[in-house]
Design a protein around this ligand. Structure first.
Ligand SMILES: [Fe+2]
Length: 147
């Protein structure tokens, strides 16, 4: 289990799929790390490490989530994919700023907090409602791609 400081995981954050919840917990631990770095002076290297971790997380997590949504024939999958693209594009902008020597970790932390509220707690919870209404995630095929 990922250790969480600052932002604390609550059951109300759950989307009802344990593998996805575990990945969301990791996102929260990264958000906490960005926020604690934002409180102190941060070197470019530390900011870059957080952005790199965020990008690696996003690519793996979005792949897992989109395959799961495909498997349940989620009707709003296309819109959900576009929302994911927004975070990937944002990490590219953060990299550009790092290269220019002007990354502000507070901006990264603020973006992550906004993402938590607008994506995880709204878009992801929409599919959670869909799963509750129309069925369950097929466990076997779901865990097959959760590697
Ligand atoms: Fe999502």
């Amino acid at each position: 289990m990922v250790s969480i400081k600052g932002f604390v995981w609550k059951e109300s954050y759950s989307v009802g799929v344990s593998g996805i919840d575990e990945q969301h917990k990791y996102f929260i631990s990264l958000l906490n790390e960005a926020e604690s770095l934002a409180k102190g002076k941060v070197s470019g290297d530390e900011a870059e490490r957080v952005v790199r971790s965020l990008e690696a997380y996003a690519r793996k997590h979005f792949d897992t989530e989109e395959k799961m949504l495909e498997s349940i024939k989620y009707p709003k999958l296309k819109e959900h994919r576009f929302a994911h693209l927004e975070l990937i594009e944002k990490t590219a902008i953060f990299y550009d700023r790092i290269l220019l020597g002007g990354i502000d970790i507070k901006k990264v932390a603020d973006f992550m907090e906004a993402w938590f509220k607008t994506h995880l707690m709204t878009h992801d919870h929409e599919y959670a409602e869909y799963i509750k209404k129309y069925g369950t995630v097929p466990r076997k095929s779901f865990f097959w791609f959760l590697k």
